[in-house]
Design a protein around this ligand. Structure first.
Ligand code: GDD
Length: 421
């Protein structure tokens, strides 16, 4: 039996995701029609040995989170529970705090996921790889390739190419170490808690732990505190995925993840994607339309568009590479490109809402987003997708280009490269 733990962070995390994370916890933000962590859960349910999924984070329990857990466990017929840390305990500290719950039922091991990764999660292959490793205590990290420049933003690992043992692990190095990066998914045997326990004991005697004064003494990070010392000891291994992998940090990366997950539906369950049919809107490429959305047949959607629940799309509307959140209204002949339209927002007739995609090559499934930063080194706004927060009103015949509009704004003018507070 296996278990799975998804690290969902807490309210101080996900700040680059504003204004979208102002309305609901970032892990619940819908990408390709479903919350970010729904995709992790769906992948776990394809591994028959996984019997329970634990979400660990420091969000206050909320109605949205409870509802998500209820509906998802009913849908997949699996036990899902939320365990709340009393404060940010780091990527390993929360697991250690709840180790009794993770180990109850004696799992042979458990997956751990960073809640903000977007991946096709080849978990069965990873489990087979893990089982075939030499006997003894073992831990497997899912990894992917990045460019030299991109690698500096991630955990970097050096492997023995024959045995796949991790020989060296450096978290976000200053200079190039390796283009093999930590993909934020691990398969760990229960002995990991002996390791984490030793770090925990050491931290109790330290004045400070982790990086800052504000962190709890119980804060333990997998990356620096566990993997770095474990590298080269014969028990840490790397499983490299050839599939797609990305992080969801900024709203711009949500558009990219939307495209990747729609592509995954195309391969795994194409029946949920929209088709070109008589009397229906024109569909280009992968498009997901919620069954309760109302789309005029003269609209053209795609590629890579998600239309949420109760969205209304008028005549002649064009939408490409965008997420339309539940309740949004697009009036006749407006055009939405590379944008996220917030909950219950309204875009007037003949208006244009447009952003600039941040991914370098839309056809490269291994492409990582080079910069998720809102501002470049000159302090200027990076060209970005356009985001309308919830309840934004864009009047008729208005242009909103590369801009971020905070919730509850009614625009009077056109905007370009602005953050409208
Ligand atoms: N429960 C909980 N408690 N979750 C946490 C905590 C915590 O104290 N701290 C972080 N997390 C969650 C975040 O919400 C996020 O989903 C994930 O753990 C990663 O945490 P970050 O601190 O944002 O790290 P990162 O994304 O910069 O880097 C990590 O992920 C990369 C791959 O996605 C590292 O693991 C890198 O090595 C890795 O390459």
């Amino acid at each position: 039996m296996l278990k799975a733990v998804i690290l969902i962070g807490g309210p101080q995390k996900g700040t680059r995701f504003r204004p979208l994370s102002l309305e609901l916890p970032k892990p619940l933000f819908p990408v390709a029609g479903f919350p970010i962590i729904y995709h992790h859960i769906e992948a776990c349910c394809m591994v028959s040995e996984v019997k329970e999924i634990l979400l660990i984070g420091f969000y206050q329990p909320s109605e949205a989170l409870n509802r998500f857990i209820q509906t998802t466990q009913q849908k997949f017929k699996i036990n899902i529970r939320y365990l709340q840390e009393y404060t940010s305990l780091g990527t390993a500290g929360g697991l250690y705090h709840f180790r009794d719950q993770i180990l109850s039922g004696n799992p042979e091991g458990f997956f751990v996921f960073n809640g903000d990764v977007c991946c096709d999660f080849p978990l069965n292959d990873m489990y087979t790889f893990h089982k075939n490793l030499p006997n003894g205590t073992k831990y497997t990290i899912l990894a992917t390739e990045a460019t030299r420049k991109q690698s500096l933003n991630y955990g970097c690992l050096v492997e023995n190419p024959e045995t796949h043992e991790v020989l060296h692990y450096v978290e976000k190095p200053q200079t190039f170490v390796s283009s093999i990066i930590n993909g934020g998914v691990y398969l760990l045997s229960p002995e990991i808690f002996d390791r984490i326990g030793r770090v925990f004991q050491l931290n109790q005697n330290e004045i400070f732990s982790c990086d800052s004064f504000t962190q709890a003494k119980d804060c333990i990070r997998f990356e620096q505190d566990i993997f770095t010392p474990l590298a080269g000891t014969g028990s840490l291994f790397v499983f490299k995925t050839q599939g797609f992998w990305s992080q969801i940090k900024s709203a711009g990366s949500a558009i990219y993840a939307n495209r990747l997950y729609l592509g995954l539906y195309h391969r795994n369950h194409p029946e949920i994607l929209a088709l070109n049919e008589d009397g229906k809107p024109k569909i280009i490429g992968d498009v997901y339309i919620h069954p309760k959305a109302n789309v005029d047949p003269s609209a053209t959607l795609g590629p890579n568009v998600t239309v949420g629940e109760n969205v209304t799309i008028g005549a002649g509307v064009r939408v490409r590479e965008s997420i339309l959140l539940p309740g949004a209204t697009l009036q006749d002949h407006c055009c939405i490109l590379n944008s996220i339209v917030g909950w219950n927002s309204l875009v007037g007739a003949w208006s244009r809402v447009e952003g600039t995609p941040s991914d370098p090559n839309p056809n490269d499934k291994h492409a990582k987003i080079d910069s998720d930063a809102l501002f470049n080194s000159d302090g200027r706004l990076n060209p970005s997708i356009t985001i309308l927060g919830q309840h934004v009103i864009v009047p008729d015949e208005t242009i909103v280009l590369n801009s971020i509009i905070m919730p509850h704004k009614e625009l009077g003018l056109s905007y370009k490269n602005e953050i409208l507070l």
